[in-house]
Write a protein that binds this ligand. Structure first.
Ligand code: GLU
Length: 388
């Protein structure tokens, strides 16, 4: 199984552009196999409901979550809104509070104020359906370090076993910019990457990915032409269409499904589960096998500490023979890294993939000097390698 998942399965370059009606039956088949649904809710979908905390939005969301649980699907929520709600709270309490450019510490304090209200709003709506809500606040290191990552995964799985719904956000109150994932589009993608058979739904303020006033129904491969049309975030939000597309790229490589759609009403999720042409779908029919857990972690992980430049023979061995990367195929390297770090692999200027390296840069240097004796050493084992 593991071996099959390497190599060519990851290359989508020969996909022809299909339209939605062609892909819909395949999409519907794949949706039937879904086990986890990650629902990402943006700040601008949350803050309009603060005035009325008993808002229909959260009640509808609780209904959707209950429906998913009854259908044997595990819902996980990634919710923004801590900073946004913090600002609203402060405006209420201190009538003279003016929203200006805020300092980092003010932002952290706002997140702390808003996060507790955020979780109260969820708890209030979900308790009526007898669904316990569990708050998880994370930061970048929870995804970079494989041990932390697995701890987080096990916690989520335990909560799911208890039919509780994790509501996940960044730990904005303490994490400074360099320690943060940075935006909840990326965070939701990282969470979606944790489990097999996952569908990521990004509820946002737009109807999907729009190019020249036309909604794109379906994308099976992200190319530069899409990035040219992608906008930054709307006011009050972080992320925007560019970060969503970057996340969609990884979701497609993981063999998962994603949809970006309007979060006006969570009821749209019922239509999405049926594979209806709502929002923008990201789906590829080419990924037949589920990608192994370790490879998904590799794929979604953005913490890269070095690069290896390989020769033509090694490139061919990786692509067509599904081989491990051996010392003999390495021309040079860049960066300072330790055993177990994630390294990108290049052939000339082209990025071929990434992998978990078995040696530090110092050890690699020694091997490269004495190349002859160490020819067969595996620098990256094929189980720890993905081609893009
Ligand atoms: N974590 C931020 C908050 O709760 C939002 C980040 C985002 O929306 O991307 O305010």
């Amino acid at each position: 199984m593991g071996k099959k998942k390497c190599g060519r399965n990851y290359s989508f370059s020969n996909v022809k552009n299909m339209n939605f009606s062609e892909i819909q039956p395949l999409l519907q088949e794949s949706l039937k196999k879904i086990k986890h649904v990650v629902i990402k809710i943006g700040t601008n979908s949350i803050t309009p409901h603060i005035e009325n905390q008993n808002s229909i939005f959260f009640h509808e969301l609780a209904d959707v979550v209950l429906f998913l649980q009854k259908s044997g699907i595990n819902p996980i929520i990634v919710s923004s809104g801590a900073v946004g709600l913090g600002k609203e709270l402060l405006k209420r309490e201190k009538k003279d509070y003016v929203q200006k450019k805020i300092t980092l510490v003010e932002k952290q304090a706002l997140a702390s104020l808003g996060q507790s209200l955020l979780i109260d709003i969820y708890r209030d709506a979900f308790e009526r359906k007898n669904i316990p809500i569990a708050q998880i606040l994370v930061s970048k290191s929870d995804f970079q370090n494989r041990k932390h990552y697995q701890n987080l995964k096990y916690t989520i799985e335990q909560l799911i076993n208890w039919k509780s719904v994790p509501v996940i956000n960044e730990n904005d109150a303490v994490a400074t910019e360099e320690l943060k994932v940075g935006d909840n589009d990326t965070l939701s993608e990282l969470i979606a990457g944790m489990h097999p058979y996952t569908f990521l739904i990004m509820l946002t303020t737009v109807d999907g990915f729009i190019i020249e006033n036309k909604k794109i129904d379906f994308i099976d491969k992200i190319s530069d032409k899409y990035f040219k049309h992608a906008q930054g975030p709307n006011e009050g939000g972080i992320g925007g269409m560019k970060t969503k597309l970057k996340s969609a790229e990884k979701i497609l490589l993981s063999g998962h499904i994603m949809n970006i759609c309007s979060g006006k009403s969570p009821k749209i999720i019922y239509d999405l589960l049926k594979g209806e042409p709502k929002g923008t779908w990201f789906f590829t029919s080419l990924q037949k096998n589920e990608v192994a857990a370790k490879k998904r972690w590799l794929l979604h992980n953005r913490h890269i500490t070095g690069s290896l430049y390989i020769d033509k023979g090694a490139k061919e061995a990786l692509i067509s023979k599904n081989a491990s990367l051996l010392i003999v195929g390495i021309e040079k390297y860049d960066g300072v890294f330790n055993k177990g770090d994630i390294i990108e692999i290049f052939y000339k200027d082209k990025k071929l993939g990434k992998g978990i390296i078995s040696y530090s840069n110092k050890e690699l240097e020694d091997f490269l000097i004495s190349k002859k004796e160490e020819r067969g050493l595996e620098v990256i084992h094929r189980d720890n390698l993905i081609l893009l």
